[in-house]
Design a protein around this ligand. Structure first.
Ligand code: NI
Length: 170
C-alpha cells in the first residue's frame, strides 16, 4: 500500500468539482487499490476522513472511519444527502489545512445515499461526528473547505499561519 500526497490549502486543485463515478469502475482492481491507498493515507496521517479530491483524484468518493478502534472503514461513492435535520456545532480540522481547527455549524442528522465499495447502493441515516464528517468530505468533492465557512478575515489569518508553518519546516 502507498501513502498518497495530500494537497494543502491554498492549492487551487482543492477547488476542483469532482465527477460522478461510473458504477462499473467501482469493482476494478485499480479503483479498489485506490480505496486501499486512501485508507492507508488517512490512518497514517492520522485522520478520520479523506476525500478523493484531497489526493488530487477528482472523482466523487471518500473514505471515513470515525471509530475509536479504527476498525470501521466506510467508503461513500457518489454520495448524495437526501434528508437532513437540525443543527450541530463541531470543531473541525482537515488534513488539507493542517493545525487549524474551527467551529462549523452543520446538519445534526443526515440521510445519505451512496454506493459502497462493492458498488452496491446503500442508504444511511446518522448523526453526531459521522454526520459531520460525511458533510465535510462531501464539501471537498465540490471544491469547498471548512475554512470557507469562516469570515474572510479569519480565513486570511489561516492562510498566513499556514504559510509561516511551511517556512519553518522548509
Ligand atoms: Ni477535510
Amino acid at each position: 500500500m502507498a501513502i498518497l500526497p495530500i494537497l494543502e490549502f491554498p492549492d487551487p486543485r482543492l477547488r476542483t468539482k469532482a465527477a460522478l463515478i461510473d458504477a462499473a469502475e467501482v469493482t476494478t482492481p485499480a479503483f479498489q487499490e485506490l480505496i486501499d491507498n486512501m485508507f492507508h493515507t488517512m490512518y497514517e496521517a492520522p485522520g478520520i476522513g479523506l476525500a478523493a479530491s484531497q489526493v488530487d483524484v477528482h472523482k466523487r468518493f471518500m473514505v471515513i472511519d470515525v471509530s475509536e478502534e479504527k476498525d470501521t472503514p466506510r467508503v461513500f461513492i457518489n454520495p448524495e444527502i437526501v434528508a437532513n435535520e437540525g443543527g450541530q456545532v463541531y470543531q473541525e480540522g482537515c488534513l488539507s489545512v493542517p493545525g487549524i481547527f474551527a467551529d462549523v455549524t452543520r446538519a445534526n442528522q443526515i440521510t445519505v445515499r451512496f454506493l459502497d465499495r462493492q458498488g452496491v447502493a446503500q442508504e444511511l441515516t446518522t448523526d453526531g461526528v459521522l454526520a459531520v464528517c460525511i458533510q465535510h468530505e462531501m464539501d471537498h468533492l465540490d471544491g469547498k473547505l471548512f475554512i470557507d465557512y469562516l469570515s474572510p478575515l479569519k480565513r486570511e489569518m489561516v492562510r498566513k499561519k499556514l504559510a509561516k508553518q511551511r517556512k519553518h519546516v522548509a
